[in-house]
Design a protein around this ligand. Structure first.
Ligand code: NIG
Ligand code: FE
Length: 408
């Protein structure tokens, strides 16, 4: 892997581009930021002397945003995949001591360096597809030192790859085995010891909980949210994935950035999310892997005007997915999103789900230069193909992360 800092700067005038609307478009990059974006003929003369980059007719989109991942973990769970194919459910495996807990064992055993190496390889797949900002959750450590290890790896990944990372503390992912029957005690520890310590170390950008009958109750979720809010940390929630727990409404009342999964989301939950401006993060990779049959209420979310994002939910159990474009395709095919909704789902709305709406998700002056050049005729192709990577060039964080063929 080439050191990110040694990559060439993307500063200069980018021409020969077409926007997602198909219209000719130029972007001026100066000192790593987009200084100007618009129709080529309208570009102010002051930029004329800058270095030129020829996009060669490529389609240009904002850098993609993967707003829900569990990228850092030890081991893998292919054996559970086989067991599920043989008839076991996710819930049965979890109750039998498999599921998240088996990744907790492997993550606790792994060194920070080993976790960094394995997560780096996975991250590279997403970056090669144009991801420029990503959320990475902890939640496979479930003890202070191991949660710290995961979050430190998330920070190191940001530095090494020049990608914007939002690190989310998911200490309340499931009950660690040593706390069996003592859920209240564990949640106290999450709130009073783990979260304050990790926050103090600057490792926490948001706090998440898995609110589910195989994880934590509504009251426990609220306790974690209150602890987060006392420290001014934004919250989000794994909500209504396997059952309607009322988690989305609770999260919305706490001003959550997003509620994620949502297959069993109720009308009350939708109304609360709408009122709070909470983003609905759809995770078709988990829906597909678990062979779920309960669709998230897309039409009702659309009618209520709740912004919908789409993410990989990359994790070793329910979504071993390393392609955000495939998730956009699945969101259309499985969930019936329109193509523009799917594209907004991996750009604008995904940025909002991370609180990054001021810097990511749209091409606009004043933002860090993050954009992707695509070998595609039409924006609809972003959600149409699957299994190929039509990337021609990538500008990430102001650097030429992948040089477009034909660029000057
Ligand atoms: O988002 N639902 C809870 N958490 C993950 C699954 C984690 C795992 O099975 O390891 C999810 O699907
Ligand atoms: Fe998840």
């Amino acid at each position: 892997m080439r050191d990110f800092d040694s990559l060439p700067s993307a500063d200069g005038v980018w021409s020969g581009l077409r926007g997602l609307d198909g219209q000719p478009c130029a972007i001026v990059v100066s000192q790593g930021n987009m200084a100007w974006v618009g129709a080529p003929e309208a570009m102010p003369a002051i930029y004329a002397g800058m270095p030129r980059h020829d996009g060669g007719g490529a389609l240009v989109s904002p850098g993609l945003v993967d707003c829900h991942t569990h990228l850092v973990y030890g081991g893998q769970r292919a054996h559970e995949f086989a067991m599920r194919l043989a008839g076991a459910s996710y819930e049965q495996l979890a109750r039998a001591g498999g599921g998240i807990v088996s990744s907790v064992r492997a993550t606790r055993e792994a060194s920070e360096d080993a976790l960094f190496e394995s997560a780096s390889r996975r991250l590279q797949c997403l970056l090669d597809e144009g991801v420029c900002a990503i959320e990475i959750k902890s939640g496979y450590g479930l003890a202070l030192e191991h949660e710290r290890k995961q979050l430190r790896v998330a920070r190191r990944l940001a530095g090494a790859h020049g990608v914007t990372v939002r690190a989310t503390f998911l200490g309340a992912h499931t009950l660690p085995p040593e706390y069996a029957g003592r859920s209240g005690e564990y949640i106290d520890r999450v709130c009073k010891e783990m979260l304050p310590a990790l926050h103090e170390e600057g490792l926490v950008d948001a706090v998440d909980v898995f609110c589910e009958r195989i994880a934590f109750s509504l009251a426990e979720t609220e306790q974690v949210f209150e602890a987060a809010q006392a420290l001014n940390i934004p919250v989000k929630l794994h909500a209504e994935q396997l059952s309607d727990m009322g988690g989305a409404a609770l999260a919305a009342r706490h001003g959550a950035l997003s509620c994620d999964h949502l297959e069993h989301l109720s009308g009350d939950g939708i109304r609360a999310m709408q009122a709070a401006g909470t983003v609905a993060v759809l995770l078709p990779g988990a829906y597909y892997t678990l062979r779920d049959t309960c669709l998230p209420p897309i039409e009702a979310l659309r009618e209520a005007g709740v912004p919908m994002a789409v993410a990989t939910d990359h994790n070793p159990g329910t979504s071993p997915a390393l392609s955000l474009l495939l998730m956009a395709n699945m969101a259309c095919t499985l969930f019936r999103l329109t193509v523009p909704e799917a594209i907004a789902g991996i750009t604008t709305h995904a940025a909002r789900a991370l609180g990054l709406e001021q810097s990511f998700g749209v091409l606009a002056a004043g933002r860090p230069a993050n954009f992707v050049l695509w070998d595609l005729a039409d924006a609809a192709e972003l959600a149409y193909w699957f299994g190929q990577r039509p990337v021609r060039g990538i500008v990430r964080n102001g650097k030429l992360a992948r040089t477009p063929s034909g660029a000057a």
